[in-house]
Design a binder for this molecule. Structure first.
Ligand code: PLP
Length: 228
């Protein structure tokens, strides 16, 4: 068995155990394989072991892998910061975007989503760690942003995404994820998605209602940025 296949089994059993502890249906929690910096071959191995959803942060890198893996029916999620000049390629080449944090970007994605594709699935990234994080809209700005995005014709607003400040303290993890869940609940919109939880904190995220956990290191090993 490949290391990646073995890692998938381990992550899946962590998800299962966390779902059980939270009295949740494990099928309500989806595994997004975060493959940034990893070669196409690693995604191919993950696909062979059953994964279909892949998350990428860097547009050029993602487009290259999409070409190399065009023979596989993969579902692509964009999860990195978005500059205006990248929206067209993202609208054309992805199924989900988890990292929308301002209206201008959402408007461009809606305008640029090709007519022959289904609406682009969107999560609004919200910043629940205050000064510690620069990405994500503020909780105060969220209601108006969510209303405006939900009215855009070529987008389907699915829910919220968050990357809380990293901590090993379970109580702090839980408090941050609970804040995201409460913000979602406070919106009078039909949302079904909470994208939260990474390799080190997926258990806390699942306990607070995560429906997508975004896992990189625990599936593919540590990332090496020295080549980029
Ligand atoms: C890199 C990344 C992840 C995965 O983090 P790991 O700690 O490697 O699991 C998840 N979400 C986002 C937005 C990322 O950039």
């Amino acid at each position: 068995m490949s290391t990646i296949a073995d890692n998938i089994l381990q992550v899946s059993s962590r998800i299962q155990a966390a779902a059980k502890a939270a009295h949740r249906d494990e099928n309500s929690i989806h595994l997004l394989a975060v493959s940034k910096t990893k070669p196409a071959q690693a995604l191919r191995e993950a696909y062979a072991a059953g994964l279909r959803d892949f998350g990428e942060n860097y547009l050029q890198e993602a487009l290259g892998k999409q070409l190399e893996l065009a023979d596989l029916p993969l579902i692509w999620h964009f999860i990195g910061p978005i500059q205006s000049n990248k929206t067209r390629a993202i609208a054309e080449h992805f199924d989900w975007v988890h990292s929308v944090d301002r209206l201008k970007i959402a408007q461009r994605l809606s305008e640029q989503r090709p007519a022959e594709l289904p609406p682009l699935n969107i999560c609004i990234q919200v910043n629940v760690s205050g000064e510690a994080s620069k990405s994500g809209c503020t909780p105060a700005d969220l209601p108006a942003l969510a209303e405006a995005i939900s009215a855009l014709p070529r987008l389907k607003l699915r829910g919220l995404m968050a990357i809380p400040e990293p901590t090993e303290e379970r109580a702090e993890q839980a408090a941050a994820f609970a804040a995201v869940q409460a913000l979602q609940a406070s919106l009078a919109l039909p949302l079904d998605t909470l994208s939260m939880g990474m390799s080190h904190d997926l258990e806390s995220a699942i306990a607070q209602g995560a429906t997508w956990v975004r896992i990189g290191t625990a599936l593919f090993g540590a990332r090496d940025y020295s080549q980029s």
